[in-house]
Every structure is written in structure tokens, then in C-alpha cells.
Write a protein of this length. Structure first.
Length: 245
């Protein structure tokens, strides 16, 4: 196409001119579009966004007995030891297999459980099995009177089950039993990935020093999805958040 050296030089000059022109154009565009933001300003902006995202944490009430976020621990009981939740309802059986047949939860927890159990059934083709839900002060006292030790069973007036928000799935045995059972460990993995979306948190993940009891893969409690999601995002348990914040 080019028959002499001068044509190549003309082409090179034209290409160079276009290159310089578009470079100036792009610099002008980005200067107009993007103000000169310092990294400190960006960091501050991100910090504000994070605070806004978790601003709800300031309003979480962990002390009132009927709060959905009531925190109980071996050293922290219900204010009224024999507290009974007002809105207990029988657990629906469409997606849940209730081994006792008469188990109850607070309305909020039951509704969230139904949504979670529906998703569980879609994943595994079976109902989510509940072996224990609300337990009264008297029931818990009976468990303790029969000799269940403090590292495994809460004292009466200290159990998450008394809040009407705690629920045990499949079988309340040992962490080793769950880890060694292929199906249970599969169910636990699914719950760990998904339960927070429905507001459930695995309360006892870390052991006695932190959570007050042995590790319990079967024990989950309802607490509202944003808080459960916050705990999962930060990989901390409810006890860590309440006691260490
Ligand atoms: Zn439990």
C-alpha cells in the first residue's frame, strides 16, 4: 500500500497525533467526572457507610425478658425467673417434623422457622426435624433435677428455650456425633450458610469459656435476620457480641 518511506512517516505522525488527542480528551473527561478525592476521604466515607449499615445494633435490647434479642447465659437469667412468652404458638407441620407433636415457639420464631424449613425441604427433600423448642421454667427444672450437668443443660430460668426462640434440630447429642454423621454434618453446613437469612443463629459454637456451654450444632435461636447476619458476617457468637461489645 505504501510505496515510499515518507508515506510511513506520514502514517506514524497521524497515529501519534490521534493518540495524543485522545489522551488529552480522556484526561479532561476523567477530571470533569471524578473530583480529586483523597484516600482519607474515601476511608471516612466507607466507615460512615459501615456505621449506617449496622446502626440498628444500638437499639438491640438484650435484657428485657420478651425482647427478641434477650440474652441468657449461665450467669444471666430472665429478670422474672419463671417468665412465660405471651405469643407462643404450636409449630406448623407443613415443612417441619415436630417429634413431640405439641412443640411451641413464639409467633415470630415460628414464622421464620417455616420459611427456613421450606427452603430446607427444597434442598434436601425432607422436613426439618425439631426435637425441642419452647421449654418452661418447670420443664427445665425437671431436666436439671434428673441430673443434666451445667455444661450441657442450662439452669431453670437461664435457658434460651424458655424464651420461646430457641430450637433444637434432629438430635441433641454431641458435636462429634454431628460431625461424624454425613447427613447431620450436611444439614449443619446448610444451616450455617443459610439460617441467618431467616434470622436464626447457632448460639453455642465456641464452647464453655465463651458461650457458657459445650458446642451444640443442633441448637439455633431466632433473633431477627439483620442481627443474625451481622454475627455471621463478623464470625462471632451472640455471647461474644453481648459480653465483649
Ligand atoms: Zn437447645
Amino acid at each position: 500500500m505504501f510505496h515510499c518511506k515518507c508515506s510511513r512517516w506520514v502514517l506514524a505522525w497521524v497515529l501519534l497525533s490521534f493518540g495524543i488527542f485522545f489522551s488529552f480528551l480522556s484526561v479532561a473527561f476523567f477530571q470533569l467526572d471524578t473530583p480529586n478525592i483523597s484516600s482519607d476521604t474515601i476511608k471516612q466515607h466507607l466507615s460512615e457507610l459501615k456505621q449506617k449499615k449496622y446502626a440498628f445494633l444500638a437499639d438491640i435490647d438484650t435484657t428485657t425478658d420478651d425482647s427478641l434479642y434477650k440474652f441468657v447465659h449461665p450467669d444471666i437469667s430472665f429478670n422474672e425467673k419463671s417468665y412465660i412468652p405471651e405469643n407462643l404458638v404450636k409449630i406448623n407441620s407443613e415443612y417441619v417434623f415436630d417429634t413431640k407433636g405439641y412443640s411451641t415457639l413464639r409467633t415470630e420464631a415460628n414464622e421464620a422457622l417455616q420459611s427456613m424449613a421450606k427452603a430446607f425441604q427444597q434442598e434436601f427433600g425432607i422436613k426439618l426435624t425439631v426435637v425441642s423448642a419452647y421449654r418452661s421454667y418447670a420443664y427445665q427444672k425437671g431436666i436439671k433435677d434428673r441430673g443434666c450437668p451445667d455444661n450441657l443443660c442450662a439452669k431453670a430460668g437461664h435457658s434460651e428455650h424458655q424464651s420461646g426462640l430457641g430450637v433444637d434440630f434432629f438430635r441433641a447429642t454431641t458435636q462429634a456425633d454431628w460431625l461424624n454423621d454425613p447427613k447431620l454434618s450436611q444439614y449443619f453446613d446448610w444451616l450455617s450458610e443459610n439460617a441467618h437469612l431467616y434470622g436464626f443463629h447457632n448460639t453455642y459454637q465456641l464452647g464453655i469459656e465463651i458461650d457458657g456451654y459445650e458446642i451444640e450444632p443442633w441448637h439455633w435461636r431466632y433473633m431477627w435476620a439483620p442481627l443474625a447476619g451481622y454475627l455471621k458476617d463478623h464470625n462471632i457468637t451472640f455471647a461474644q457480641w453481648v459480653l465483649w461489645k
